[in-house]
Design a protein around this ligand. Structure first.
Ligand SMILES: *[C@@H]1O[C@H](CO)[C@@H](O)[C@H](O)[C@H]1NC(C)=O
Ligand SMILES: *[C@@H]1O[C@H](CO)[C@@H](O)[C@H](O)[C@H]1NC(C)=O
Ligand SMILES: *[C@@H]1O[C@H](CO)[C@@H](O)[C@H](O)[C@H]1NC(C)=O
Ligand SMILES: *[C@@H]1O[C@H](CO)[C@@H](O)[C@H](O)[C@H]1NC(C)=O
Ligand SMILES: *[C@@H]1O[C@H](CO)[C@@H](O)[C@H](O)[C@H]1NC(C)=O
Ligand SMILES: *[C@@H]1O[C@H](CO)[C@@H](O)[C@H](O)[C@H]1NC(C)=O
Length: 609
């Protein structure tokens, strides 16, 4: 906790206390998991990390490059340096790129800064606020960086970034936690417009490109520039988003969230990738690698201890276990489904040969779903999708054009036991070279008693990896971590989101203690500025929430000050004032680290007059 003094007309003297926990130190290392050679290291003082474990916090993740990313946070700077040397050898031998700061750079807003990059090159970074709610030292900050936008396209960049920020925080996805977030746009002009294709980059700051021309991942070629750009912003850059100026689907998650401003897909990719990086949860969709299923939305087995959302399970009145009055005490039930086919085809279609694949059904399920995604096929007559020769009547999403989209065709009858075939037949010669089958999946489900497909039902839903290994997720399709076209997280991920954000944000922004001129001895004023949640929101949200504020003077609760954010006491009063703030929201059911509480104390040692 530190304090600074302010003077104003209304107050003779006023002290504003910011209630931030002590700033810890953060180490980030990239290294080969086999060679143990470090390729990048960053060390800096960083934003508060509440409920930091005694020995520090460590998180290890595998990057797309095959390297591991190790993050370590501790209050003790020496420990962080020791860890750095334990991972990368003595610092004299560090011959890889490093970013080192022990004092966090100042918070910047709406001003231009210029920072150096390797070999004394510089790139300018013009930072503009998009949506802000408070000082970056007590908020989680998301920054859009521009790639492939020329100086003439600056307005387009700001507009694209603003549209996406508003999409994911206006009335859905991140809207309830919006007061904990800041969104910024950091513009750097590119010499060329657009992103590279065929594995080649254009002359742009971060070198974004596609492998071929087909719509799939968008890669970056200059991570060192992106790292430096984000690092230079200090507390103002918690989650960097590299946005490539291209109208169509593409993206990547991981160290940087890479997106395009595609009208259909930009927000969809952004919120899914931010789900991974902010909440630290894995996939819920089928067909990923086993290591991609982790976090609060994943149960590795069906024992109740292994289910992170045990406290969200729906009491199922009609379940086979309903005779057990205490549902949670029993083994939780598993919804009955199977995945007889899953393929990330990523294949260009042509008119000479249909693309088809076969699968076997056990014939024991009640209904099934054909789920696929396509790009480059704007018209219904361009493509025939058939199951066992029967046309499924595919029609493209309205106005999708050549962009990628996801389709579900539900068939309310069982598949017969034995072999089946699904076929994609391209009928338009003009679409060749662009028409792409991205993914195809067949799912089979039990009847209504065996598989509850209703939204809002929390149970154990099997998710199948690429190798058909089973993990479990909380809902059928409520979460955007499974169904990327849905705009919201399920309750389990939303609770995880609150926990993740409140580790870096405390509910009390400031307590301002001052004197007001009134009567002979004046008045003691105490003004609390809270993160604008509950009744303090600029725009109310459709969830139940409240703030409870308790004032304690010299160890005794002052009941008449209950729930007040501004209180007045006698100007000649001395002693201690403590204020305890508790936030409650129906979106959080457990709070083991007491992140939904904050407290500040101030001792008055001089009288007002
Ligand atoms: C949010 O607003 C968008 C755009 O106005 C609209 O399409 C969407 O349905 C809204 N979502 C909710 C949950 O109200
Ligand atoms: C139900 O079972 C759980 C887990 O054993 C236990 O914690 C809880 O108290 C039980 N509730 C009732 C109403 O018996
Ligand atoms: C996965 O396993 C289930 C159960 O054994 C089976 O019914 C299904 O066909 C398998 N799917 C694939 C893609 O192998
Ligand atoms: C046409 O598509 C089929 C099925 O995907 C594929 O096997 C074949 O190689 C393609 N032909 C050409 C000329 O690309
Ligand atoms: C389906 O099952 C039959 C009988 O076991 C087998 O011969 C065939 O290869 C299977 N087909 C597929 C696509 O796995
Ligand atoms: C204070 O606010 C809490 C949360 O809204 C509420 O439960 C409580 O009744 C309030 N107390 C008073 C005295 O207003």
């Amino acid at each position: 906790m530190y304090m600074r003094c302010l003077f104003s007309f209304a107050y003779l003297l006023c002290l504003t206390l910011t209630v931030l926990a002590e700033r810890p130190f953060e180490l980030v290392v990239h290294r080969g998991p086999d060679t143990l050679r470090c390729t990048y290291l960053a060390l800096r003082e960083t934003q508060q990390f509440r409920a930091l474990p005694e020995g520090g916090y460590t998180k290890t993740r595998l990057l797309h490059t095959g390297e591991e990313r190790i993050q370590y946070i501790s209050h003790e700077e020496e420990r962080v340096w020791d860890r750095a040397e334990a991972l990368c050898g003595g610092r004299d031998g560090w011959d890889f790129p490093t970013l080192l700061h022990t004092i966090a750079p100042p918070t910047l807003s709406a001003e231009q800064i210029v920072f150096g990059i390797a070999h004394s090159e510089t790139i300018p970074l013009e930072v503009e606020p998009l949506i802000t709610s408070g000082d970056s030292s007590n908020r989680v900050d998301l920054v859009f960086f521009a790639d492939g936008y020329t100086s003439e396209e600056k307005a387009k960049f700001i507009e694209d970034a603003r549209r996406l920020a508003e999409d994911i925080s206006g009335n859905q996805t991140f809207y309830t936690v919006k007061p904990l977030l800041n969104f910024w746009a950091a513009f750097t002009p590119s010499k060329e417009s657009g992103i590279g294709t065929g594995g080649n980059t254009k002359d742009t700051p971060f070198g974004l490109y596609r492998d071929g021309t087909e719509l799939r991942s968008v890669w970056y070629s200059k991570p060192e520039v992106a790292r430096k750009a984000c690092f230079s912003l200090g507390d103002q850059c918690d989650y960097p988003i590299l946005m490539g100026n291209d109208p169509l689907y593409g993206g990547l998650g991981g160290e940087f969230t890479v997106i395009t401003p595609s009208l259909a897909n930009g927000a969809l990719v952004l919120r899914h990738e931010l789900g991974h990086s902010i909440i630290d949860v894995g996939e819920e969709y089928d067909g990923a690698e086993s290591i991609d299923y982790f976090g609060v939305n994943t149960a590795q087995d069906t024992s109740l201890d292994a289910v992170p959302w045990a406290h969200w399970l729906t009491k199922a009145a009609n379940s086979p276990h309903s005779h057990l009055h205490n549902e949670t005490a029993a083994a939780p039930r598993v919804e009955r489904a199977a995945m007889p086919l899953q393929e990330y085809a990523w294949t260009l279609l042509n008119t000479s040969v249909s693309w088809s694949t076969k699968f076997n059904s056990s014939g024991t399920y009640t209904w099934h779903l054909v789920r696929f995604s396509l790009s480059g096929i704007p018209h219904a007559e361009d493509l025939r999708v058939a199951l066992d020769g029967k046309d499924l009547g595919w029609v493209p999403r309205q106005d999708i054009g050549v962009d990628r989209w996801h389709y579900d065709i539900r068939i309310d009858s069982p598949l017969s036991p034995g072999e089946h075939e699904v076929t994609f037949t391209l009928r338009s010669k003009e679409a060749e070279g662009e028409a792409q089958l991205c993914s195809i999946e067949i799912l089979e489900f039990g009847d209504d008693d065996e598989f509850v497909s209703n939204p809002g039902h929390y149970s154990l839903y099997p998710t199948f990896s690429e190798k058909n290994a089973t993990t479990y997720r909380p809902t059928n399709e409520d979460c955007l971590m499974r169904l990327v076209t849905t705009p919201n997280f399920c309750k389990v991920c939303t609770e995880g989101l609150w926990h993740a954000l409140l580790r870096r944000v405390t509910l009390i922004d400031t307590l301002t203690v001052g004197c007001a001129p009134s009567g002979p001895s004046g008045e003691r004023t105490l003004d609390l500025a809270l993160v604008p949640l509950a009744h303090l929101r600029a725009r109310p949200v459709d969830v139940e929430e409240s703030y409870e504020v308790t004032w304690v003077r010299d160890g005794v609760e002052v009941r008449e000050w209950k729930n007040q954010t501004s209180v007045v006491d006698a100007g000649d009063a001395l002693g201690s004032y403590a204020v305890q703030v508790r936030y409650w929201t129906e979106e959080v059911r457990v709070d083991p680290d007491r992140l939904l509480e904050s407290e500040v104390e101030y001792v008055v040692t001089t009288r007002c007059a």
